[in-house]
Design a protein around this ligand. Structure first.
Ligand code: HEM
Length: 223
């Protein structure tokens, strides 16, 4: 059975736009909570990072409140991302076709998708972003806890806190770059944003960008 087989009596008409479910409502809420947390963390973190950016603290009610709520938003992000991780880790496992896709990055950028291998739910770029985010969030939460003096002052040495500040700042800069790549790719590949807003994509989008996923989806259904 292929994507094109339509049985007599099916309520599908040639002119009907084909849509494919990609995310449940739960996954979308989970995603947008995570996204909001990261934006708030980046803003409050940058505000504390440099005196040039201290003015951003006004958004959070001043310097002291920014300092107090930044770690708590981090805790929410950690658990929220953990939810995404549980949902998506399996679909982000590296497959044989991912190496080929990555080797043909030039074709990805120039839009020659006909030269790329068929990919599953996520392509190699999305998988790289996923694993980078997972590692960086782990680094950020652990280095953050080391310097969260309000609750853990006595548990770590000054030396450890100094290293943690450095590691935390570096991981934050990298995750902001990864986040920019993630958002840019979501806008650049037309029709992707709808996946995370409405939960659906068009059949054309799925066929063009994630054909293996579409085949699995259609093949798994009895009609
Ligand atoms: C605020 C701006 C953001 C926008 C516009 C955005 C947009 C999107 C879109 C459209 C998708 C669906 C991609 C697809 O199905 O092919 C997606 C997936 C995803 N997003 Fe975001 N996102 C944002 C922020 C974030 C942040 C901050 C994180 C995590 C820290 C994140 C983590 C994910 C994950 C894990 C997926 C599933 C893809 C995968 O598992 O490889 N997103 N995002």
């Amino acid at each position: 059975m292929t994507a094109y087989d339509v049985e007599p009596g099916d309520s599908v008409h040639p002119g009907d736009p084909v849509t494919v479910d990609r995310y449940t409502a739960g996954a979308r809420v989970n995603h947008w909570i995570t996204a909001t947390c990261l934006v708030l963390l980046a803003l409050s973190g940058l505000a504390l990072f440099s005196p040039w950016l201290f003015f951003i603290t006004a958004m959070f009610g001043g310097g002291q409140t920014t300092r107090a709520i930044h770690p708590w938003i981090g805790v929410v992000l950690f658990f929220s991302f953990f939810g995404l991780f549980i949902r998506f880790w399996r679909a982000n496992l590296w497959k044989a076709e991912d190496g080929t896709w990555l080797a043909r990055l030039r074709d990805v950028i120039t839009g020659h998708e006909e030269r790329l291998p068929e990919v599953g739910k996520y392509n190699a770029g999305q998988k790289a972003v996923f694993w980078l985010m997972s590692i960086l969030i782990l680094v950020l939460i652990s280095s953050g806890l080391v310097m969260w003096d309000q609750y853990f002052y006595g548990y770590t040495t000054i030396e450890q806190k100094r290293i943690a500040v450095l590691v935390h700042s570096m991981a934050a800069v990298i995750i902001i770059c990864v986040w920019i790549v993630h958002v840019y790719a979501a806008i650049w590949v037309r029709g992707t944003i709808g996946a995370m807003t409405r939960g659906q994509v068009t059949g054309g989008w799925a066929w063009r960008h994630h054909r293996k996923w579409l085949r699995e989806l259609v093949g798994g259904k009895s009609s």
